[in-house]
Design a protein around this ligand. Structure first.
Ligand code: ADP
Ligand code: MG
Length: 708
């Protein structure tokens, strides 16, 4: 499966400074954490190393430093009291509380326990002993009490109890107490590390040292300690963003430094292709091609991001870039994240390449045995001038005679690492990365760094705007009636079913249910595709829809970005409120590709909430993917965009975007400066920065330094 490519283990690094070792130990090394808890920690923190624990940020805190006398303890406030146990009042009936009466020189207070364990209480709270109890003060029938104190201890425990206790996000099975204790344990392992920040920058911002920052993070000094703009959180976020930007800058710097090749641009093959195209290039396409030509004709290596909405015409731009390489006698490769998309490229590029007399092959994971051997041989010998494929192109067995340009149709699913693997298959390979998902500028920076960019911000002519409507779920029947009328006139519709979080199975159930309902009405003109089908079955259903043998295609979100059925003019999205805007935009982009008027129906469930309503209205107002992406970031934050985890965009643990956008820009500038002054990271700061890269596991970039 394609998704494996993304999850691939990073090679374990050998050069990591020993000082960092404790941070990379598993949480099971802490007292009291066994394998079961470790699994829960992994779920909670996204990893089971000490570092993952240290980067798990508290969301609140309880201040137990308020230690009044009983008479001064106001109701509703957390207090830590020093009291003498006077008497136990065990409950007589099961549903009554067990009370322990305590005193100090100013008054009395009851400690109240439901479902009490008498023995345990007698041990914890022996009569006449002086104890420390902490919890929320309540007044019951005019008398102070604490129900289930959070902490009970002796005089010796005072320092441990009278603290500010962080409150962490939790997961079922892990209590805050356990997380606190583990975090404390991990804090005890923090080594002294050399400072990697620019001293002046750090001082100017009033940022603490790294180890101090972690300490403060887990012992928030007050409510403002939880804000993204607290100096502690800023510092830690900056570290993470700097590691991200520096790694990207290093890759870029060292790629560009290697000799790029000089290609002949705009030659006879291009003329031939342009002459056969049934359309004129848009202004944006011409501009992008000119930018690509400039990169390719210079002896630097191209590393360019081509951003453009679905349907903006990226394929032809890619084709023209590839022709440059072929014209100069080298090979070109284009790689898509899925088989369906690879095939789509084959279908759109094939006829053009035929027209130009160019030999090409397609290689995917499905090619096996003898057939695969033949394809590999054609790639190795150079007989294949263009190779169209999936991540199968990364495999070691794939050798190119002379790869000149690699086009990566990324759609977010490949990481920097994968990109590098493909470019390693040639000498000075030029790279064009294409993405169909408009990403806000901020996030582009995190995924691509300072990569050069070209934008296709102009739709090919003749496209009609898509009539987008919000439909309340109660009205789904009427909408279906309308759909039936459209289908009678030959329309074809996608029907995307709700995304049920974290449950592919539930997704599937919902889609199947809808499929049955529609089948009852439209018979065998309805098809179904979902993620659990075999690729061949999926393809078959898609192909039937493309051919017109199906009128309605019910799908979970597996219908791939870029799938091209120009005759489809209707997109129904159920539970639209559960999707991210960018996702909705992607889905909507599957219609409006032909000459006919297209519709998108966003069906929302009862009471979607204010933000959800607002978000859906944006879909009605604009079709500009960039605008939509910015709005999405603003309304939901980076973590939610595109389901970041699957998207291939980096997931940050300390940095919060968009709150830390300015830090990101600063980190980019910092990284650029560092590459300008100390590209091999040889200075003192450079060496400390290496530590930073290891800390954030961005040390792949360090391999560049060694291999030079
Ligand atoms: P993308 O990959 O950006 O989603 P495609 O490259 O698949 O978009 O293009 C979508 C459709 O638009 C294709 O059918 C393509 O042939 C057509 N197309 C591309 N450029 C133009 C243009 N300048 N004028 C008209 N149609 C175009
Ligand atoms: Mg495309």
């Amino acid at each position: 499966m394609m998704s494996n490519a993304v999850k691939q283990e990073q090679p374990t690094s050998t050069g990591r400074p020993f000082a960092l070792d404790p941070l990379f130990r598993r949480v099971t090394d802490l007292a009291g954490i066994g394998p079961r808890n470790a699994a829960l920690f992994e779920k909670l923190c996204g990893g089971d190393k000490m570092l993952d624990l240290l980067w798990h940020k508290p969301i609140d805190f309880v201040d137990r430093r308020f230690a009044p006398k009983i008479k001064d303890a106001p109701a509703g406030r957390i207090a830590t009291l020093t009291v003498t146990v006077h008497r136990h009042f065990p409950n007589e009936r099961k549903n009554q509380p067990y009370k322990v009466w305590c005193t100090d020189e100013t008054g009395t207070i009851n400690l109240v326990f439901f479902h009490a364990n008498k023995q345990w209480l007698e041990k914890q709270l022996p009569v006449n002993a002086t104890v420390i109890v902490s919890g929320k003060i309540e007044h019951y029938q005019g008398k102070p009490q604490i129900t289930h104190p959070d902490a009970i201890g002796t005089e010796e425990d005072r320092a441990a109890i009278e603290t500010v206790e962080p409150i962490y996000p939790l997961t079922q099975g892990l209590t805050n107490k356990v997380v606190c204790k583990a975090a404390k344990g991990a804090l005890g392992l923090i080594p002294e590390l050399p400072e990697w920040l620019d001293e002046a920058h750090k001082k100017q911002n009033n940022w603490p040292d790294w180890s101090e920052a972690l300490d403060i993070l887990h012992n928030p000094p007050g409510a403002n300690g939880l804000e993204p703009h607290h100096p502690t959180r800023m510092r830690l976020a900056y570290d993470e963003l700097l590691a991200n930007q520096l790694a990207l800058a290093m890759v870029r710097h060292h790629q560009q430094r290697r000799q790029g090749r000089v290609y002949k641009t705009g030659g006879a093959l291009r003329d031939k292709l342009l002459a056969t195209l049934p359309f004129e290039l848009t202004g944006a396409q011409k501009r992008s091609i000119a930018e690509i030509d400039r990169d390719m004709s210079e002896p630097i290596r191209m590393l360019r991001l081509l951003q453009g909405d679905v349907g903006s015409g990226k394929t032809v731009v890619a084709a023209l870039a590839m022709l440059n390489a072929i014209e100069s006698g080298t090979q070109a490769a284009i790689m898509a994240p899925t088989e369906i998309l690879a095939r789509q490229h084959l279908e759109s590029l094939g006829p053009w390449l035929d027209e130009c007399g160019i030999r090409y092959v397609a290689l995917t994971g499905r090619d096996k045995g003898k057939a695969r051997e033949i394809l590999l041989e054609q790639i190795r010998s150079g007989a294949a001038q263009v190779v169209i494929g999936t991540h199968a192109l990364f495999q070691e067995s794939v050798e190119f005679a002379d790869l000149g340009v690699a086009v990566i149709d990324e759609q977010h699913r490949f990481g920097v690492h994968q990109r590098l693997m493909l470019t390693a298959k040639g000498k000075g390979v030029d790279v064009l990365v294409m993405t169909a998902t408009p990403i806000p500028r901020t996030l582009t920076l995190t995924a691509y760094g300072d990569m050069d960019g070209s934008k296709l911000d102009e739709k090919p002519p003749g496209r009609q705007s898509i009539d987008t409507r919000l439909i309340a779920k109660e009205h789904i029947e009427q909408m279906t009636d309308g759909l039936a009328r459209q289908i009678k006139t030959g329309a074809r519709a996608y029907w995307v079913c709700p995304l049920v979080e974290e449950s592919e199975l539930l997704d599937l159930a919902a889609a199947e249910e809808r499929y049955e309902i529609l089948q009852a009405r439209f018979g065998d003109r309805v098809g179904l595709v979902h993620g659990r089908m075999k690729p061949a079955e999926k393809d078959e259903a898609m192909a039937k829809f493309a051919k017109g043998d199906l009128d309605i295609l019910v799908a979970t979100t597996v219908i791939e970005v870029g799938v091209n059925v120009p005759e489809a003019t209707i997109m129904v999205i159920e539970h639209a409120e559960r999707f991210g805007l960018s996702q909705l935009h992607q889905l909507r982009g599957r219609v409006g590709r032909g000459a006919d008027k297209s519709y998108c129906f966003l069906v929302y469930a009862k009471n979607p909430g204010q933000t959800a309503k607002e978000r859906l209205s944006i879909m009605r107002e604009t079709e500009d993917g960039f605008k939509i992406a910015e709005k999405d970031l603003e309304l939901r934050g980076a973590g939610e965009i595109l389901g970041t985890r699957q998207s291939g965009l980096p997931v940050f643990k300390l940095a919060e975007l968009p709150a830390h956008s300015e830090l990101l820009a600063a980190a980019r500038d910092d990284a650029r400066l560092i590459m300008g002054k100390d590209p091999e990271l040889q200075t003192d700061r450079g060496k400390s920065l290496r530590t930073l890269l290891y800390l954030f596991e961005r040390d792949q970039a360090i391999a560049y330094l060694r291999s030079g």
